[in-house]
Design a protein around this ligand. Structure first.
Ligand code: BYC
Length: 330
């Protein structure tokens, strides 16, 4: 019975015996590792879950350009500026692949955009924090892209074909992003005391928000059980958070930085780091629209949409003209 393989609570997940024949056949395909494609029959819940998750993911990529874009004009060298522009451009591309993947499920990009601009759709909590210094750009690449890779590598194997294929390319690019962030941190940590202090300050501010990127603790994760059953998720929020901590703490040590967690301790009995609990009240405030920069981020996206109206109108007028020319030629 697949429900027994569900790692989370399993509550609310139907067993094969409780499903009608069509749903059961669908679940059996998933259990056999077959990819689901856009034209295949799928339960409404599966479609909705994917639209929610892929939409949120796409919005995160788009909103994620804002904190980094803030530093393009202030990057400390021409080379750093070129690298940062390329990274921010990659994020726009990731948003595009993901919106396209979500569109295969029957929602339009305009509808998703409307959900983002009205504040109805979520995007990653991490992008509601400000980028105060150049070291924040290093910390974002190292920690935020590092956390994103940890979460997205398993998504390459998720059951929905268009999402899993989009993730393959995105993961390759994220790994370049993570390395460029670590490289910024290395340069700062090899520099003057003021540069090291700037790197430590960035780690202090980004560490806990990075841990929150993996979502609430498993006991509070409402979607995990069903997403495991549908092979959308393969690791729980807490499992990925643990992997991230285990991978990142040695990197911080290499940099000579201190992770801002007094409870962080190597646990020899299970070969993992024990670590403190993120401030979940902060997390829930941020995802409810009350983080440090939520209003600013939504205002920036709304402004970009409004400022682009003339361009969308121009494209539409051009398409109408081309259609008329085509009709006249036939
Ligand atoms: N922020 O039941 P749960 C990037 C919401 S961008 C905001 O555990 P699920 C990058 C969750 O949506 C990285 N909301 O949910 C870009 C749900 O709310 P709703 C973006 C969060 O879906 C530019 C509620 O909390 N990556 O890489 O099973 C520059 C309950 O949670 C967050 C993705 O989007 C959060 N952190 O698991 C640099 C990856 N966490 O919808 C880098 C794809 C949870 O019921 N998404 N919520 O109102 C996922 O893998 C999963 O959706 C999550 C959450 C692990 C995030």
């Amino acid at each position: 019975m697949y429900a027994q393989q569900v790692k989370s609570t399993g509550k609310g997940v139907k067993s094969l015996d409780e499903m009608d024949p069509q749903e059961r056949a669908f679940q059996e395909r998933i259990n056999a590792g077959v990819k689901i494609e856009a034209k295949d029959w799928m339960p409404e819940g599966y479609r909705k879950t994917l639209i929610r998750q892929i939409g949120q993911h796409a919005h995160s990529e788009i909103v994620g350009q804002l904190p980094e874009g803030n530093w393009i004009t202030r990057a400390p060298s021409l080379e750093r500026k070129a690298i940062l522009i390329a990274k921010v451009q990659d994020e726009a591309g990731h948003g595009l692949y993901l919106y396209c993947a979500a569109e295969t499920l029957g929602i339009s990009r305009d509808e998703m955009t409307e959900q983002l601009l009205s504040g109805k759709a979520k995007y990653s909590s991490i992008f509601n924090y400000p980028t105060l210094t150049w070291a924040d750009i290093g910390a974002i690449g190292w920690l935020v892209d590092g956390a994103a890779i940890m979460n997205q590598v398993p998504l390459q194997k998720c059951s929905y074909g268009p999402y899993s294929r989009a993730m393959i390319r995105i993961c390759k690019e994220e790994s370049f992003h993570q390395r460029q962030g670590f490289d910024i941190m290395m340069r700062l940590c090899e520099g003057t005391q003021a540069q090291k202090d700037m790197a430590q300050d960035a780690l202090n501010r980004w560490w806990w928000p990075a841990l929150m990127m993996f979502g609430p603790s498993d006991k509070d994760s409402v979607h995990s059980a069903q997403s495991f059953a549908w092979n959308i998720k393969q690791d729980s929020n807490d499992e990925l958070r643990q992997k991230f901590v285990d991978q990142t703490v040695p990197q911080a040590k290499y940099l000579g930085l201190t992770v801002p967690d007094p409870d962080l301790k190597w646990n020899e009995s299970n070969d993992n780091y024990d670590f403190g609990e993120p401030d979940w009240s902060e997390f829930f405030a941020v995802i409810s629209g009350n983080g440090p920069c939520n209003k600013e981020r939504l205002a920036a996206r709304n402004k970009a949409w409004d400022d682009g109206a003339w361009f969308r109108e121009g494209l539409e007028a051009y398409a109408v003209k081309q259609d008329a020319l085509q009709d006249a030629a036939e």
